[in-house]
Design a protein around this ligand. Structure first.
Ligand SMILES: C[S@@+](CC[C@H](N)C(=O)[O-])C[C@H]1O[C@@H](n2cnc3c(N)ncnc32)[C@H](O)[C@@H]1O
Length: 417
């Protein structure tokens, strides 16, 4: 093996696996659907899927308040988001100190709260405060029901509050960790709607220094996040989302934030997704998704072999919110973060792209060299070559091995399958 890494998106642990598997039953118990509405779920899923992807401009603003679309969200998008976010929070090894307040913008059915509880068991005994903000009360209510079903009758030390509010309006609760998951793309689409002269949906519209939506959002978030706080943005793995996160990263670094993850460096983003170029996102297999969700995927005729996300964790100096540290390197070494699936290269070689302080890298090897091994989201320690070779197509620095880890920490237990 020539490539060794530790993943930011590892397969679910045995416990996360079984909680996701049990989530179908929890949904039926906590958010029951009348039999006459059950048959409409597949059509609702297909409709909402179109709204959230290709037909975004047609999406009704109150989709999370309409029973058919909310049901579709709860039974399809929510569990997929739990699968993605659960893997991410586990891979980040996210640690939040007791007494912290988490504010979730566009929380919907409190997806982040549910993911955090499922994937970070060591936090369950800590006193954490969580505030969910959303314009759709029915989604928040569903989240409250699901969370109390998940934690069971024992009183959780987590304080959970919900506020029905439009983002960008009213008071801004202070946050040690501000979260926005699958939310920025909705603000983007409402900006487009407003430009077309249609009613706006409450997104911020002040842009004092110019510089677009990203700077407006950062201005607001900077007031909201405490001096040692952090900001976690999670979006679908699409090019527009990757571009937007890259722009936010750049503006935030200029203002003194640290791009703690996924970035292995603070240099310019080599994957800004501009001019048709590569963008930062991570795809992974769905083979560890719960069986009931695989069954539903076949039923709604939306089979999924891969899923993806883009994310950005920004921290302020001395933040007590911790994640798995970037691997330690020696002089002459650096960290490369794998960002692509493997692809064919000339001479029967295979390659994967990665991100590093030296820009994009191409991890290249012959089948059997282990280049198939490191998946998107894995961080590898690499030795910079004495003689640089560059990929003609992308200009990426070519690397043909990584440094074996000094204290290997195995992947979490793989559970079923
Ligand atoms: C795609 S859902 C994401 C829900 C959840 N964060 C997740 O990851 O599953 C987007 C949520 O943002 C809410 N939302 C969209 N625009 C909003 C706004 N301007 N103010 C408040 N909430 C908004 C919607 O009601 C919806 O619940």
């Amino acid at each position: 093996m020539s490539f060794f890494g530790s993943s930011l998106l590892p397969p679910p642990t045995r416990e996360l696996d079984s909680l996701l598997e049990a989530f179908g039953g929890l949904l039926d118990k906590s958010c029951p659907v009348r039999p006459k509405h059950r048959a409409a779920i597949p059509a609702g899923v297909r409709q909402l899927s179109a709204y959230l992807t290709t037909d975004r401009d047609e999406m009704p603003r109150d989709y999370m308040s309409r029973p058919d679309l909310l049901n579709a969200y709860l039974r399809w998008f929510l569990p997929w988001n739990l699968y993605r976010q659960g893997r991410l929070l586990q891979g980040l090894d996210l640690d939040i100190p007791a007494g912290s307040r988490i504010v979730d913008l566009g929380a919907g059915p409190m997806t982040f709260l549910l993911s955090l509880w499922m994937s970070r068991p060591h936090l369950r005994e800590r006193a954490l405060e969580y505030i969910a903000l959303d314009r759709a009360e029915p989604a928040l209510q569903a989240g409250r029901n699901l969370f109390s079903g998940l934690t069971g009758p024992e009183k959780s030390p987590w304080t959970v509050r919900t506020e029905r509010a439009m983002a960008g309006h009213g008071r801004l609760p202070r946050a040690d960790l501000l979260v926005a998951a699958n939310f920025l793309n909705e603000l983007e689409s409402s900006v487009r709607t407003r430009r077309r002269g249609l009613p706006e949906s409450g997104e911020p519209d002040e842009d004092p220094g110019g510089g677009g939506l990203e700077r407006v959002l950062l201005n607001r978030w900077e007031k909201q996040v405490t001096a040692t706080g952090a900001l976690l943005l999670i979006e679908p793995g699409t090019r527009p989302a990757g571009r937007q996160l890259s722009r936010i990263r750049e503006a935030a670094i200029d203002r003194g934030w640290t791009a703690a993850a996924p970035c292995p460096h603070a240099a310019d983003c080599p994957l800004p997704g501009t001019s048709g170029g590569a963008w930062c996102h991570f795809t992974f297999a769905t083979d560890r998704a719960p069986r009931w969700l695989e069954y539903l995927a076949r039923k709604v005729r939306l089979p999924k072999e891969r899923t993806s996300l883009a994310f950005l964790l920004l921290t302020r100096p001395k933040s007590p919110i911790k994640i798995r540290p970037t691997p330690v390197t020696k002089p002459g070494e650096g960290v490369a973060l794998v960002v692509s699936e493997p692809f064919d290269l000339p001479d029967q070689k295979r390659g994967r792209y990665g991100c590093s302080e030296k820009g994009m890298v191409l991890l290249e090897g012959k089948p059997g060299d282990g280049v198939e091994g490191p998946h998107p989201g894995e961080r590898l320690v690499v030795r910079w070559p004495d003689q640089e070779r560059r990929d003609l197509k992308s200009g990426a620095l070519i690397l043909s091995r990584s440094v074996p880890p000094t204290n290997p920490s195995g992947p979490p237990s793989r559970g079923r399958k």
